[in-house]
Design a protein around this ligand. Structure first.
Ligand SMILES: [Zn+2]
Ligand SMILES: [Zn+2]
Length: 122
C-alpha cells in the first residue's frame, strides 16, 4: 500500500452553498476535505466533494494549490476499472490508483505495539 497525501482544506461557505444547490447529490457534503492523491504527487491537490450521478461516472472535486482553488466536475479514473477494484480518483490523476492507497500504513510485523504482555506463571 501507498500513503495518501492527506493535505487538508476547508470547504468555504460559498463552495458549500454551490454544491448544496446541485440537484441529485449522492453524499453528505463535507466541510473539510483531505487530498485523495498519493503522497508526493505532482499535480494540484484534489479531494472528492460530491457525486450527482447515480451511475457514479463522474463527480465534483475541490482542487487547490497555494495560489488558488476551484470546484470541478471530472469523470472517475477508469484505468483497470472493475467493479470490485474501481479507482475513486478523477481521470488523469497522478500517482497510484485509489485501491492501492491508504491513510494508515500497517506497522512492520516486528513491532508488537498491541501484543499483550506475557503472563508469567509462578
Ligand atoms: Zn495532495
Ligand atoms: Zn486511478
Amino acid at each position: 500500500m501507498y500513503l495518501r497525501c492527506r493535505t487538508g482544506n476547508t470547504v468555504t461557505d460559498a463552495e458549500f452553498a454551490f454544491l448544496a444547490g446541485l440537484p441529485g447529490g449522492q453524499y453528505q457534503l463535507p466541510h473539510r476535505v483531505t487530498c485523495d492523491l498519493q503522497e508526493g504527487h505532482g499535480q494540484d491537490h484534489i479531494a472528492f466533494v460530491q457525486c450527482l450521478d447515480q451511475a457514479e461516472q463522474s463527480a465534483w472535486w475541490l482542487t487547490w494549490t497555494r495560489d488558488g482553488r476551484s470546484l470541478i466536475e471530472l469523470p472517475y479514473c477508469c484505468d483497470d476499472c472493475t467493479p470490485a477494484d474501481a479507482c475513486l480518483l478523477p481521470e488523469g490523476h497522478d500517482g497510484r490508483h485509489s485501491p492501492q492507497l491508504t491513510t494508515v500504513l500497517a506497522p512492520p510485523p516486528d513491532l508488537h505495539l498491541f501484543a499483550a504482555a506475557p503472563t508469567r506463571a509462578r
